[in-house]
Structure formats: structure tokens, C-alpha cells
Design a protein around this ligand. Structure first.
Ligand code: UD1
Ligand code: MG
Length: 446
């Protein structure tokens, strides 16, 4: 009996995320919800926030082009063939709801900044229909506006594009709602097509609910957390806010940004305490930086691991599975791709190091290039411990420069070099005595 009562009281919850529609205002071929903020698609931000809610089902309503996208692999997917509005998308999503679901949260996939705590507050709402509202500082914003009764409970949501006057209402609609499913199933068939846009609006449910004497409730949230991205301008605003959040977290963990506003940090960057990041640095996808590293100005890193106390840049480019071990320094205009730079190795100026292993203590002279690609295949360069590569050398891969070898400056090296040997591959220098005197004399007679 006691067990039976407990089961009956358990509320089964689901989330529907709306991610279909053209995203026409983005003026981009990429579906709106795949546009990235700090390197993560907007839809993925919303899916990740939803993980913090304890729900029994997650449904994504999406356009046909995203139906089989891997981002949706752990969700129930419903395809909305034509973008007939948020109300139409919601109707389709509800058809996929498991029969035991009592409470439904509706979210939009174009709000990448949403805060899991706000969603938790929504979880505790008691009314039949709860709307998340935000106090707008700028009344020109295009968000729908929430009309409330004297008890501050929502009675309608009006879209500004149909009536400029509603812009005087400062309570904006975040596009996030909680519904009791029983009520929703009763109201949905009554949603009508908007005569101007020819779309069905989920927002019209509020007015319908009030007419049918259902209870409504307002949950107030911070506008920043529900910034709706409909244009590339709003995408850049979301990026700025997310970057600020990400860098604040790193700074609190002991990372020193010289000019934080000038650097880009991907959402997944790991950066150890004591690391200094100078101005205008790009830390892209899959970057792991250990402690006490220096990333000097204007460096660009992606897919790389930088171990303790390394110094990178200024103007360095690391990409494609690069590992930089402890204490090396890599500097001005050095590009490294798919390579390991071992402890205490140096490459300080103007080099391309691709598909190479650079041994401990090796020194790569200015202007050294690894020729790793023949137009069809990539080849490896192995540079042993304590090797000295003279300036302006060309290493044609596949090639092995063994430990302790020297490469004379300006050489083109096409064959392996033995340990501690010197390889020179350049034309012998000639000197012609007093040549310049006779050359100048010839011209002075004219
Ligand atoms: C919507 C709300 C508005 C609110 C704002 C919050 C409506 C009618 N208006 O406006 O009150 O202030 O969100 O950001 O709901 N979508 C579909 N199918 C469609 C249309 C849209 O799945 O047919 C999806 C979109 O991918 C998007 C979400 O629904 O993620 C919201 O649609 P959008 O067109 O961005 O609505 P807004 O104009 O922002
Ligand atoms: Mg929107």
C-alpha cells in the first residue's frame, strides 16, 4: 500500500526542445541551432543543461536535415517537415511523449546561455502552466511580452512583430515553459494559426489556459541566461557573454589572462594554474595546457597538449595532435602540426614542423621547414636528442636525423643522418678576388 502510494505520487517528467524552423534571420546555410558558441553548437548547450534536470524523456523537434545528426543520438527525435511555428512543433513533440509523463518542460534550442539553476527553479513550479519571464532593460528587444494579472500571473503572451505597442511591456518571454501534460493535451487542439504569419504559436497556450481556468505562474530569470539567438548579431552577443563566463572560471582557477577580452577560449579548454595567457590568444578545440605555461601574444592553438612550464609564442600556431613536453620554447612564427616537441627542445623562429618528432634538447634553427607532404601522402621526420638543425634547412621526409647530429645551415636534407655526424648539402662557396672593383670600374666608364 505504502509502495503503491509512493509510485502514484512520483511525477514523470519530460523535456521537449524545439530546434526546427529555418533560422532565416541568421542568413546562413548552416541550420541555426548548429551555430557554435565557444565551439559548442547551441543545441548541444541546451542538451547539456537539460542533463542537470532529472527527466524521464528528452524529445527534440527538428528539421529534416538534422534528423540523423549525431548530436541527437541520445534523444527521441521528431521531424517537423515544415516550419509552421513553435505551436506546431510542440504538437508534434507531444505526440512522441511517453504515456506516463505528467509534466513537460518546453525549451528552445536557440538559447545557449541558459542556466541549469533556472531550469531547476522551473521544476518546482506548481501551476498548470509556468512561464519563464525576464525584465528587459531595452524595450526594443524583439522577445514576446508577457501580460500578467494583478497577482503577477501570466494571462497572455504577445509577439512584438504583430503589435509594436506591446514593446511597452518590460516583461519578456524567455521561451521556456512548464506544462501539466493533461492540460496541454486538452489545449493543443485549440491552438489556431496566426492570421499574419500563418504560424501556430506555442505562446498562445497561455491565453487558452487562462480561459479554461487553469492556473498559471511566472518564474523570473536573468535576461542574460535566456538570450535568444536569431541573428548573427545575437550570436556574437552570446559568444561575448560565454567567453566572459569561461575566462572568469579559468581566472578563478589561477590562470592569468593579460587582456582577457582579447583572447578566445573554447568551452573544453583545460588550463593549469600559474599559466599566463597574453593578449589575442586563440585556444581552440581540444587543448590541454598544464601549469605554469606561458602562451605569448597572438598564438593560435588547437588539438594540442602543452606540458608544464613550456613557453609558446608569440605568434605560434599549434594544431593537429601536437604535444609539447616540459620546458621547451617555441616562438615567433613557428607552426607545428601533428608533432611532438620533447623536453627542452627549442624552435624559436620562423619554422614549419609537420608530422615530426623532435628529440630532447634539439635546436631547430630559424627558417627550418619539414617537407612532409608530396601532394598525396604525409611523411614523418624524426629528429633525435640534442640535434642542431642549422638555420634555413629543409628536411625532406621521410627522414631520420639521429641523436647529436648537426645539419649545416641552408642544407636540403634528403637522406638519413647518422648520430653525431655533420650533414652539409649546399653548394660550395666561391670567392673571386677584387671582383667588385672591376665590376664597378666597368660602369663608371659609361
Ligand atoms: C520565440 C517566442 C517569443 C520568445 C522567444 C524567446 C513564439 C511564437 N515566440 O520567438 O515569445 O520571446 O522565442 O527566445 O514562440 N522552431 C521550431 N519550429 C518552428 C519554429 C521555430 O522548432 O516552426 C524552434 C526554433 O528552432 C527555435 C525555437 O523554436 O529554437 C523558437 O523559434 P524562433 O523562431 O527562434 O522564435 P522567436 O522569434 O525567437
Ligand atoms: Mg528565437
Amino acid at each position: 500500500m505504502v509502495l503503491g502510494q509512493t509510485l502514484a505520487q512520483t511525477t514523470m517528467k519530460a523535456v521537449i526542445i524545439l530546434s526546427a524552423g529555418h533560422g532565416k534571420r541568421m542568413k546562413s546555410a548552416l541550420p541555426k541551432v548548429l551555430h557554435k558558441v565557444a565551439g559548442k553548437p547551441m543545441l548541444q548547450w541546451v542538451l547539456d543543461a537539460v542533463k542537470t534536470l532529472k527527466v524521464d524523456q528528452v524529445i527534440v523537434v527538428t528539421s529534416p536535415e538534422l534528423e540523423h545528426h549525431e548530436i541527437l543520438k541520445n534523444t527521441d527525435v521528431v521531424v517537423q517537415e515544415f516550419p509552421l511555428g513553435t505551436g506546431d512543433a510542440l504538437k508534434l513533440g507531444v505526440q512522441k511523449l511517453n504515456s506516463n509523463i505528467d509534466k513537460l518542460f518546453l525549451l528552445c534550442a536557440d538559447t545557449p546561455l541558459l542556466n541549469p539553476q533556472d531550469l531547476k527553479n522551473l521544476e518546482h513550479s506548481k501551476a498548470d502552466l509556468t512561464v519563464v519571464g525576464m525584465q528587459l532593460d531595452d524595450l526594443n528587444k524583439s522577445y514576446g511580452r508577457i501580460e500578467c494579472n494583478s497577482q503577477c500571473n501570466p494571462v497572455a503572451i504577445r509577439e512584438t512583430k504583430h503589435n509594436e505597442n506591446v514593446k511597452n511591456i518590460s516583461l519578456g518571454n524567455a521561451g521556456v515553459y512548464a506544462f501539466k501534460v493533461e492540460m496541454l493535451k486538452e489545449l493543443l487542439p485549440h491552438l489556431e494559426i496566426n492570421s499574419e504569419s500563418r504560424e501556430i504559436y506555442a505562446t498562445d497556450l497561455v491565453e487558452l489556459a487562462v480561459k479554461q481556468k487553469y492556473t498559471t505562474e511566472l518564474v523570473i530569470a536573468d535576461e542574460e541566461n535566456f538570450l535568444g539567438v536569431n541573428t548573427l548579431v545575437e550570436l556574437s552577443q552570446a559568444e561575448n557573454i560565454m567567453q566572459h563566463r569561461i575566462k572568469t572560471q579559468h581566472m578563478l582557477n589561477g590562470v592569468h589572462f593579460l587582456l582577457p577580452d582579447t583572447s578566445y577560449i573554447n568551452y573544453d579548454a583545460e588550463i593549469g594554474a600559474g599559466t599566463i595567457i597574453e593578449q589575442s590568444v586563440h585556444i581552440g578545440k581540444n587543448v590541454h595546457i598544464a601549469q605554469n605555461v606561458k602562451i605569448l601574444g597572438f598564438s593560435y592553438l588547437s588539438n594540442c597538449t602543452v606540458e608544464n612550464a613550456a613557453s609558446i609564442g608569440p605568434f605560434a600556431h599549434l594544431r593537429g595532435n601536437v604535444v609539447v613536453e616540459e620546458h621547451p620554447s617555441k616562438g615567433n612564427f613557428v607552426e607545428v602540426k601533428g608533432s611532438t616537441i620533447s623536453k627542452n627542445a627549442k624552435a624559436k623562429h620562423l619554422s614549419y614542423i609537420g608530422d615530426a618528432i623532435v628529440g630532447e634538447g634539439a635546436n631547430i634553427g630559424a627558417g627550418t621547414i619539414t617537407c612532409n607532404y608530396n601532394g598525396f601522402e604525409k611523411f614523418k621526420t624524426h629528429i633525435g636528442k640534442n640535434v642542431m638543425i642549422g638555420a634555413n634547412s629543409t628536411l625532406v621526409a621521410p627522414i631520420m636525423i639521429n641523436d647529436g647530429a648537426y645539419i649545416a645551415a641552408g642544407s636540403v636534407i634528403t637522406e638519413d643522418v647518422g648520430p653525431d655526424n655533420l650533414a652539409i648539402s649546399r653548394t660550395q662557396q666561391q670567392e673571386k678576388n677584387a671582383w667588385a672593383l672591376s665590376f664597378r670600374a666597368k660602369y663608371s666608364k659609361k
